[in-house]
Design a protein around this ligand. Structure first.
Ligand code: ATP
Ligand code: MG
Length: 449
């Protein structure tokens, strides 16, 4: 039995199927949402597959927008939620390893066969409560396997992006890659070079943010032969030795993998900062005074990271923040010797939360000395606890203009009226001036306790 949660997203997805079915069309939930429901995970979104042509879908759902005319995909809105409704289709030949030449509208079985992995090729009829499995997807779900639909070799030759998608689903679902599927990827891995960097980045970002162990996922990408092509600068960390007194864990690759696996929050900037924080090391390694040094590796790494992230088409403000964190990460070694003003600026930076977490992971995954981390946590807490005083409403100038003669009296009156302001005894500048005027007229003395 499949348990369907009741919430607006799921209810709307049911309503889409009902409306299409009432008009005589076949309509089913399809792909990732069915997989997630069978795994008792809440689907992020619902895709609907149908026998209705895109024009018919548009007619049935006012305000529908066709997003991929040639693919038959229409985005519809029901009860405030959005759904993609796609006509059952069969992809025509892929000539470039990226896009089919076109599509032919077909039936549900053929639509299942064009999908990438068996666990992603399931349908569910919410009106009958029935799973439709044309590819053995349920057995693979139970066995926790990512298996290409049909002949793996052909499916990766058609669309090379599927190779990194296989690694994505294996690592985010914590499944194994079925042997023939993994073998086919190893044989065709170099072809990933022809896929657009943006599509690769989307899958990579899913891996970094959604895998329980993103470091282990990176090992998988390396094992499949994909990593040297999509991230050669990261692949180069493998075998890059570093001083054992600071890095008892091993080479830069091992250190980076450990940090990725230890990440606690799903944060894009942190994930890419961790991935690339030491990417400047291989290029700056020198052997001096009996040990390996990486002079300026943070700055070199920041510049390299910027180039890489531009290539991957990450948003510009993210690139800037990530490069800043990387360029700044070695300064955290000196925090206990920094001037207060420098520390305030460090802690006040918009990137500080990310930088502090990067630093924590960096120490945890190496020497384990958390003194600088604890110092910063305490400094930040003290800085935040210190009250921020409002600007005084009444200045020395005001006091003089009310007739107090220049001298220490001015400062005393200024302080007295400021106390009135801080205590809330006067609501604004005018009231504060009025209070001062009255005090002066009454001949009071600004005695300060
Ligand atoms: P998520 O929950 O992360 O969105 P998903 O399974 O919904 O995962 P999508 O990328 O949204 O993944 O794709 C939706 C469905 O479309 C997949 O489940 C799969 O059936 C099919 N699909 C997507 N991309 C491909 C592809 N490159 N080749 C074949 N089928 C694909
Ligand atoms: Mg999806």
């Amino acid at each position: 039995m499949i348990a369907i949660p009741t919430n607006p997203l799921t209810n709307g997805a049911g309503a889409v199927v009902r409306r299409l079915t009432e008009k005589g069309f076949r309509a089913l939930w399809a792909g990732g949402c069915v997989r997630d429901l069978l795994m008792q995970r809440a689907p992020k979104d619902f895709d609907v597959a149908t026998s209705a042509a895109p024009e018919e879908v548009e007619r049935l759902f006012p305000g529908a927008v066709t997003v991929g005319k040639s693919f038959g995909v229409v985005r519809v809105k029901v009860q405030g939620c959005e759904y993609e409704v796609a006509t059952f289709r069969q992809d025509q030949a892929y000539r470039d390893g990226r896009h089919p030449e076109g599509v032919i509208f077909s039936d549900e079985r053929t639509d299942a066969l064009r999908r990438d992995f068996t666990v992603n090729a399931l349908f569910f009829d919410p009106l009958r409560g029935q799973v439709l499995d044309y590819v053995g997807g349920q057995a693979d779900l139970a066995a926790r396997l990512i298996r290409a639909v049909g002949r793996a070799e052909d499916r990766f030759a058609e669309d090379h992006l599927r190779m990194i998608r296989a690694a994505r689903f294996a690592s985010t679902l914590n499944f194994e890659l079925e042997a023939a599927t993994a073998e086919a990827i190893r044989r065709q891995a170099p072809k990933i070079a022809t896929v657009s960097a943006e599509r690769i980045q989307q899958e990579l970002t899913h891996i970094l943010l959604e895998a329980a162990r993103p470091g282990t996922a990176l090992e998988l990408l390396r094992d499949l032969g994909l990593l040297p092509i999509i991230l050669p600068e990261v692949a180069a960390l493998k075998g890059q030795e570093q001083p054992p007194e600071f890095h008892p864990e091993g080479d830069v690759w091992t250190h980076t993998i450990m940090m990725l696996n230890a990440m606690r929050n799903q944060d894009l900037r942190l994930a890419y900062a961790v991935l690339l924080h030491d990417v400047g090391k291989p290029g700056t390694a020198t052997f001096a005074s009996e040990r390996i040094r990486f002079n300026c590796h943070a700055g070199v790494g920041a510049a390299l990271a910027e180039t890489m992230l531009k290539r991957l088409r990450l948003p510009n403000d993210d690139i800037k923040a990530i490069a800043y964190c990387i360029g700044n990460h070695m300064r955290f070694m000196d925090v206990q010797r920094m001037r207060k003003a420098t520390l305030h600026r460090l802690v006040g930076a918009a990137t500080f939360a990310t930088e502090l977490e990067l630093h924590r992971l960096d120490c945890e995954a190496s020497h384990g000395d958390m003194a600088n981390y604890r110092f910063l946590v305490e400094f930040q807490a003290a800085a935040q606890a210190a009250p921020i005083l409002p600007k005084p409403w009444v200045t020395g100038h005001d006091v003089l203009s009310l007739g107090v003669s220049a001298g220490p009296e001015v400062g005393r009156w200024k302080k007295k009226v400021y106390d009135q302001q801080l205590e809330g005894a006067v609501p604004n500048r005018e009231a504060a001036l009025e209070w001062l005027r009255r005090e002066l007229a009454a001949g009071s003395r600004p005695v300060i306790p």
